[in-house]
Structure formats: structure tokens, C-alpha cells
Write a protein that binds this ligand. Structure first.
Ligand SMILES: Nc1ncnc2c1ncn2[C@@H]1O[C@H](COP(=O)(O)OP(=O)(O)OP(=O)(O)O)[C@@H](O)[C@H]1O
Ligand SMILES: C[C@@](O)(CCO)CC(=O)[O-]
Length: 317
């Protein structure tokens, strides 16, 4: 989840994502043959569940094929980089994905799945990669699958845990403050690639959009100071401004605006959309139950939950 800086991070501005305790679990077992089988038991969207195998010509599913193809793109590429890291190009793998993270909703579900898949597959093939190496390979996978449009933010954060700072290829972990986050989810998903392309087009066409991206960078630097000083009032104010700047770039949605306002009216110190936008999740900084209750009473909000910061990144269980 992004405290600050999504979208602008694609153009080299800094961003501060934070890992929360919602995990993707990937189990990998080596096969006796050279085939690949993937089952994503809980790849759910709008109430559908899909299970598919890499060796099935036509997956037996009741969801749009593009969704399955998109999921396979990430998982295939993750397995390929794991086989490459282990120098075992012909290894056959059985992969099972279980994820608690809503898809395409701004919580970095693809990064979590790719990071966990690379970590589990390399371990199964006898290689113990450092979390930083898992992060770098996961970034390459996201970049490839998202046609060159990805920052290192989601993957580095998923791999390392806690709060991190990403600016271009410079990725660092930050001292993790214990901040009270509440997430509101509208139950929908977005296409990250389309939203990133929309911002790119706007930024190329209008100077003000170009400047807005730079302003987000300035805001993130101020946010880092506030984080260091533990100044939650300032963090909240900057989250509100960050939401406004993202809205100016065209990536908010009525449901996201409604949830942001509900959280604020429920006493949140600040609230913003998180991730690519268009629909999905907002994050609020909020002590007490007011913001969560306000969200649960908002028709646009499908689910709200307290998001505990995960200090640990990818791990073997
Ligand atoms: N449990 C899962 N099993 C298989 N594939 C998954 C799973 N969760 C996510 N994915 C893949 O990741 C895609 C969603 O990633 P995408 O980058 O579009 O959104 P996100 O990471 O959830 O949101 P954002 O980029 O805004 O943080 C899904 O369409 C699917 O291809
Ligand atoms: C919109 C974006 O900044 C975040 C999506 O999770 C894209 C990216 O950083 O790859």
C-alpha cells in the first residue's frame, strides 16, 4: 500500500510504500517431468474462482480468458526467472497460489504473488536468494509483463517488508513507525497498465500534468521528513494533498473519493487512494474506530479493515 508517491514513481520521483499484513502464499514442488502446473485456488474477481494449469490447452474456468492469461503471464515469468537463478532451465514445477490480497485494487497483489513465487521456486530448486535479489528479479518480471511500465516500489516493498523508499533504482528500507492504517475497498479492480498509460499521455500533453507529477515528488520528500519526525498530523495533511494531486492526474474514481471523504469525516488524520487508482482501495491514517465505522456505513465501500504494518517481507513458512 502506498503512503505516498504512486504514479509519479514511474517517472523517477520518490515513493514511500508500506507493507501490510495481507499475504500471498505460494507453494512450489518440483515435478518428476519438465511440465509446469499452476493452480490459483483463490484467484477471485467479482465472485468467480478459477483454477488452471499451464499444461491445459483450455483452462476450465468461468472467468474471462484475459484474466487467466494475465495471471499466467506473471506466474510463468516468475517461474522462468527462478529456473534461471537455479540454472535449471528444464525443471518442472507444481505451483499453488493462495492470496489474501484483492486483485488489481491498489495493494500490490501482483508484486506479492511474483515475489513469493520467485522465493518459493528458487528455494525448491536449492538456491537461497537474498530478499534484495528476489526483489530485483520480481521487478524485471513486472516490467516485462506490464510492457515496460513498472517501478521497483511494489516489488521491493513486498520483498523487504516495512516502509520503504524507492527512487528510480535506489531502493531503501525506512525505520518503520507504527502507524494506524485503515483500508477501504470498493470491491472493484482496475487495469494498472491502462491507468499508467493514461497518466503518461496526460503528462505528455499538458505542462500542468508534468508539473503535478513533480509536485508529487516534492510532497513525498516532505512526507519523508514527517515520517522521520513521527508527525502524524503532517502525514495526514500530505496524504490528503497526495489524493488531490492523483485526482488531478485522472486516476481517482467516485467510489474512491467517497471512501476518502467518509474516512476523513470519521476522524481520519488523512486519506488517499492507493496504487494505480480507478477503483480499488483507499488508505486512511486513523486512530480509533471512527474512520473504519464511517467506511463500513458508506455504500461505495465493500470492505474495510485495519491494516497492520508488516515488518517482515517475503519469508519461508
Ligand atoms: N492470487 C493470484 N493468483 C494469480 N494471479 C494473481 C493473483 N493476485 C494477483 N494476480 C495477478 O496480478 C494481477 C493484478 O496486478 P496489478 O498490478 O494489475 O494490480 P495490483 O498489483 O493488485 O494493484 P496496484 O498495481 O494498483 O497495486 C492480476 O490480474 C493477476 O494477473
Ligand atoms: C501506479 C504505480 O505507481 C503503482 C501501482 O501499484 C505503478 C508502478 O509503480 O509500477
Amino acid at each position: 500500500m502506498y503512503l505516498f508517491g504512486e504514479h509519479a514513481v514511474v517517472y523517477g520521483e520518490p515513493a514511500v510504500p508500506c507493507a501490510i499484513e495481507r499475504r500471498a502464499t505460494v507453494t512450489v514442488g518440483e515435478r518428476a517431468d519438465d511440465r509446469q502446473r499452476v493452480s490459483a485456488a483463490d484467484l477471485t474477481l467479482d465472485g468467480f474462482t478459477v483454477e488452471y494449469g499451464a499444461d491445459d490447452a483450455t483452462p476450465d474456468v468461468d472467468v474471462p480468458t484475459p484474466l487467466v492469461e494475465a495471471a499466467m503471464g506473471y506466474v510463468d515469468a516468475a517461474m522462468a526467472t527462478a529456473r534461471d537463478a537455479a540454472d535449471r532451465p528444464d525443471a518442472g514445477l507444481d505451483v499453488t497460489i493462495e492470496s489474501e490480497i484483492p486483485l488489481g485494487a491498489g495493494l500490490g497483489s501482483s508484486a506479492a504473488v511474483v515475489v513469493a513465487a520467485i522465493d518459493a521456486a528458487t528455494r525448491e530448486l536449492g538456491v537461497d536468494l537474498a530478499s534484495e535479489d528476489v526483489a530485483e528479479r520480481a521487478y524485471a518480471v513486472e516490467k516485462e509483463v506490464q510492457s515496460g511500465e513498472a517501478s521497483r516500489a511494489d516489488t521491493f516493498c513486498s520483498a523487504m517488508g516495512g516502509a520503504v523508499r524507492v527512487e528510480g533504482s535506489d531502493c531503501r528500507t525506512l525505520a518503520t513507525p507504527d502507524l494506524p492504517f485503515v483500508v477501504g475497498y470498493d470491491g472493484t479492480s482496475h487495469d494498472t497498465g491502462e491507468l499508467v498509460a493514461g497518466v503518461r499521455a496526460l503528462r505528455e500533453e499538458y505542462d500542468f500534468a508534468y508539473d503535478t507529477v513533480e509536485s508529487i515528488g516534492d510532497l513525498v520528500r516532505r512526507g519523508e521528513d514527517a515520517l522521520r519526525e513521527g508527525d502524524t498530523a503532517e502525514l495526514g495533511r500530505l496524504m490528503d494533498v497526495n489524493h488531490g494531486l492523483l485526482a488531478a492526474l485522472g486516476v481517482s474514481a467516485r467510489s474512491l473519493d467517497e471512501m476518502v471523504w467518509a474516512a476523513r469525516e470519521g476522524g481520519a488524520t488523512g486519506a488517499k487512494l492507493t496504487g494505480a487508482g480507478g477503483g480499488g482501495c483507499i488508505v486512511a491514517l486513523a486512530d480509533g474506530d471512527g474512520a473504519k465505522t464511517a467506511l463500513s456505513l458508506t455504500p461505495a465501500c465493500d470492505e474495510s479493515f485495519r491494516a497492520k504494518l508488516a515488518t517482515e517481507g517475503v519469508r519461508a513458512e
